[in-house]
Structure formats: structure tokens, C-alpha cells
Design a protein around this ligand. Structure first.
Ligand code: UDX
Length: 468
């Protein structure tokens, strides 16, 4: 059992604190935002994250999870490990804003009169942990203190919507450390979460900091690659989903993060890709691949709107476009950098009337668009009201609809931004199906032909002849 302190009650901090408290650690979480602090004290989670509220409630009941609103008070508990999980938002030039990181470090330094491992868990550029160490050392020097401490980098790999699961069952735990003492301290903390010791990977601090950006950038690059490939598929009659299957069956490529669509959003990929690009510029090593991935991601939203516009012969004034899905992905209420925001803005600029529905993201979208949109109370209402439907987030409840219900759409056309509907079944229901990288299916629907369906007996004959 260890005494821990976590600074920041956001997606990363609250998940970290709640999950550590579940494994017999004594955790004190610092949240200085008054509204959030009040909610946390009542055991309420200020955002949607499946399973987190139960963990927070349990931690409060067991008193293994305590909330305070300032670092000084938390430091009185003399935690062995201090996790900094504060926000590192994007600045206009793409650089990560480290204001909160260094103000937390300064406050820690002011009150550090015991050995602790100060761990940065916020996504921050390579070299940040070194600077945190300097900030703390400067505060100790001001007080004439020679208190020993260690610093470490421990990036998180939590996906929104599955963050609790990702914390309890990590692919790997990465720690960047400078001393054996810090390494052993963190190993003893994370041991209960690692089935195998080799899941716990230690390296230099800078390597751990870069690993975080590199991992997210690789995932974002795959998505942008598939999205650009989908545009080529549309021009060459290929089906991007077949290509995805074909590629993913190569174990070296793997099946995940190959789904083409309107692109990635969220509070991480867009921010981290831009921060890595900025890091490249800062270090005179342009990250040109990531620049292309970032551009491709932004472009995909425009191409999706152009597809809708093209269907309506470049005039959607007065058309009622239904939007299913506002959040950047399912199982979250987070709309940060969601493609839906840009797509809705463009459709409004083009004169369309928009009706939206999302299981979790409605209030956040209403805070942005207010009375410019119509807010449906359920998914079915969108089908009844709209001329056509744009599906932007692949929530299960949308996929549960029977294709025959889509004929309620006045123009009987669906623009599938996540390539998640069954194109054949939608088309057979008499609804035009348009997506990104699946254009050929629409061509087939016009021909009504079966040129895509190779007669299996032909194939089996070929095989039997070959075996003779
Ligand atoms: C991501 C990383 O997965 C996680 O490891 C890191 O710690 C934080 O950033 P998150 O942003 O929560 O997690 O969501 P993720 O599931 O990775 O999806 C990110 C975006 O990519 C979503 O907008 C999703 O719709 C999109 N995506 C994902 C695709 O467009 N295609 C895919 O195949 C997969």
C-alpha cells in the first residue's frame, strides 16, 4: 500500500486516482476548479466515463480516495509518489501549453520536505520532466533545503470510453526514471496491474516522453493513411473495407486503427500530432509525415461535406440534414475536436437546416451552436424530420436500427461518415448509401448488377481444376 497524490481531476487524473485507490493505495486528489471539486466531493464524476463513478464512490466509501482543492494541503499527507495529471492544451502554434505543469511543480517544490517521486503523467514535450526537476530544485534552494527527490515520466495510454479498463489491464506501463529508487518505487506501485513483469518498461525520461507522442502519432498516421486511401478507393472502384480486411490480416499491420471515415478527433490525437510537429520544428527536425497526417485529417471533413453537397447538385439550402453522432467517438460525451463540429458549421454555412441527436454529447454541442440547430430527443425523430442522414459517430444504438426504417428519410439517402452501416442492406432497403471509400457500392446499386459477386462455383471449379 502506498500513499499517493494526484494533481488534476480530469480524464487522466481521476481515472488514475480512482484505479490506484481500488488497489489498496491511499490516494489524495487535488482539484482546484471549484465546480469540479464540489462534484467530486459528492462522488460525482464531471464527465462521462463508463465505470468511473462506481470506482470513485467506492474510493470515497473506503476513504482510500480523498479530494482536496490545494496542493499544500495534500502535501501534508507526505505522499511517496506525486502524479501530475494537469492539462497541457494546444497553443495556437501547436505547442503544448505547460503553464499548469510548471505551476504545479512550483507548488510541490514549496512544500516538499520528504522524499517523493514526482511523476509527470500529462502529455508534454520531450524535456518537460527535466524542467520540472529544475523548478522543484529552485524552490528547494529558495528555502535552503537539500531535500532529496526523484522525477519520472509515466505517460498514460487511456482511451476515452475504456479508460478504466485500459488502466487496470494495460498493454504496457512505461516509466522514464533517473534512479533505481524511483524505478523500484514505481514497480511496486504498478506490479498489481502487470500480469508479466515485461509489461513494465523502464527507459530514460526523454524516451518515455517521446514514446507517448510516438504512439499517438502512429495511430493517427494509420487513420489518415486509410482516409487518404479511401479517397483513392472511391476513384478506382475499390471498397476500402475490403482493403482494410486485406491489410489487417497481415500480423505485422494488425487489424486495429484501420477504419476509414471522417477522421480522428478528441482531446489527444489532434493536440499530440500538432505538438509533435511543433517539437520537430523546435528541434530543426521537421515531422513532415505528421504534417501530412494532420492536413489529411482536417481535409477529410471537408470532403465529406462536399460529398453531401455533390449529392444535392451543390445546393442544400433549406434541406433538413439529420446528424446521428456528435461526440468524437462512441462511449464518451466528449466533443473536443470532433469532426461533427466542423461538418455542422459547414452545412449551416451552406444553408442547410440541421437536426442532431447523440446519446451523450447533446449539451456540449448546444453550448456551441445554441438555437442554430434542432435537438432531437431520440435517433428516430431525426429520421422522421430529416431529408437525409449523416452518421458521424458509430454509437451502437444507431447500428441497431433496421435499414427499412431509413426509408422515413424524405430523400432516402444516408452519408455514412464512419463506414459503419451495412451498405448492401441499406441499398436493398431502397436507400442511397454514400460513404468514404465505398463509392463502388453505389455504382453497383445503379447497375443493380452483380459484377462484384464472383460465382462461388466458378471459384471452386477453378480450384478443383488446379488440383487435378
Ligand atoms: C487515444 C489513444 O488511443 C490513447 O492511447 C491515448 O492515451 C489517448 O488518445 P482516444 O483519443 O480516447 O485515445 O480515442 P481513440 O479510441 O484512440 O480514437 C481516437 C479517434 O480516432 C476517434 O475520433 C476515432 O473515431 C478515430 N478512429 C479510431 C478512426 O477514425 N479510425 C479508427 O480505426 C480508430
Amino acid at each position: 500500500m502506498k500513499k499517493l497524490m494526484v494533481i488534476g481531476g480530469g480524464y487522466v487524473g481521476l481515472v488514475t486516482a480512482a484505479c490506484f485507490s481500488r488497489k489498496d493505495n491511499q490516494v489524495i486528489l487535488v482539484e482546484n476548479n471549484p465546480e469540479k471539486f464540489e462534484l467530486l466531493k459528492q462522488g460525482k464524476v464531471p464527465f462521462y466515463e463508463p465505470g468511473l463513478d462506481a470506482l470513485v464512490y467506492e474510493g470515497i466509501q473506503k476513504e482510500s480516495l480523498v479530494f482536496v482543492d490545494n496542493i499544500a494541503q495534500a502535501m501534508e499527507h507526505k505522499p511517496e509518489i506525486i502524479f501530475s495529471c494537469v492539462g497541457t492544451p494546444s497553443q495556437s502554434d501547436g505547442a503544448a501549453d505547460l503553464t499548469y505543469v510548471f505551476s504545479a511543480a512550483k507548488e510541490i517544490g514549496k512544500h516538499l520536505d520528504f522524499y517523493a517521486v514526482v511523476v509527470n503523467k500529462s502529455t508534454a514535450p520531450v524535456g518537460t520532466v527535466r524542467k520540472i526537476k529544475e523548478v522543484i530544485a529552485a524552490e528547494l534552494e529558495k528555502r535552503g533545503s537539500s531535500q532529496a527527490f526523484d522525477v519520472a515520466s509515466n505517460p498514460e495510454f487511456l482511451r476515452e470510453g475504456s479508460a478504466v479498463n485500459d488502466f487496470f489491464i494495460p498493454d504496457r506501463v512505461i516509466v522514464g526514471v533517473e534512479s533505481d529508487q524511483a524505478l523500484q518505487t514505481l514497480w511496486m506501485l504498478y506490479k498489481p496491474f502487470c500480469q508479466e513483469h515485461d509489461q513494465f518498461i523502464d527507459m530514460a525520461v526523454e524516451s518515455a516522453e517521446l514514446t507517448k507522442y510516438a504512439s499517438n502519432a502512429m495511430l493517427a498516421l494509420r487513420i489518415s493513411f486509410m482516409n487518404q486511401l479511401a479517397l483513392l478507393a472511391d476513384k478506382t472502384g475499390a471498397d476500402i473495407q475490403a482493403v482494410e480486411t486485406g491489410m489487417g490480416s497481415d500480423k505485422r499491420i494488425g487489424k486495429q486503427f484501420l477504419r476509414a471515415g471522417i477522421g480522428y478527433g478528441g482531446s489527444c490525437f489532434p493536440k499530440d500530432v500538432k505538438a509533435l510537429i511543433h517539437m520537430g520544428k523546435e528541434n530543426n527536425q521537421p515531422m513532415t509525415l505528421m504534417q501530412e497526417a494532420d492536413c489529411a485529417n482536417e481535409l477529410q471533413r471537408n470532403i465529406f461535406v462536399e460529398k453531401i453537397l455533390a449529392y444535392y447538385a451543390n445546393d442544400i439550402k433549406g434541406k433538413r440534414i439529420g446528424i446521428w453522432g456528435l461526440t468524437f467517438k462512441p462511449h464518451t460525451d466528449d466533443i473536443r475536436c470532433a469532426p461533427a463540429i466542423d461538418i455542422i458549421r459547414k452545412l449551416l454555412d451552406l444553408g442547410a437546416e440541421i437536426i442532431v441527436y447523440d446519446p451523450a454529447g447533446m449539451r456540449h454541442i448546444e453550448n456551441i451552436f445554441g438555437k442554430q440547430l434542432t435537438y432531437a430527443t431520440n435517433a428516430l425523430q431525426v429520421l422522421v424530420y430529416a431529408h437525409s442522414l449523416a452518421l458521424l459517430t458509430e454509437w451502437e444504438e444507431f447500428l441497431a436500427f433496421n435499414e427499412t426504417e431509413f426509408v422515413m428519410l424524405k430523400d432516402r439517402v444516408i452519408f455514412d461518415g464512419r463506414n459503419c452501416l451495412d451498405a448492401d442492406r441499406v441499398r436493398k432497403a431502397g436507400v442511397t448509401y454514400l460513404a468514404l471509400g465505398r463509392q463502388m457500392l453505389t455504382d453497383v446499386s445503379k447497375d443493380g448488377g452483380d459484377r462484384l459477386h464472383i460465382q462461388t462455383d466458378t471459384v471452386s471449379n477453378t480450384r478443383s481444376e488446379a488440383s487435378l
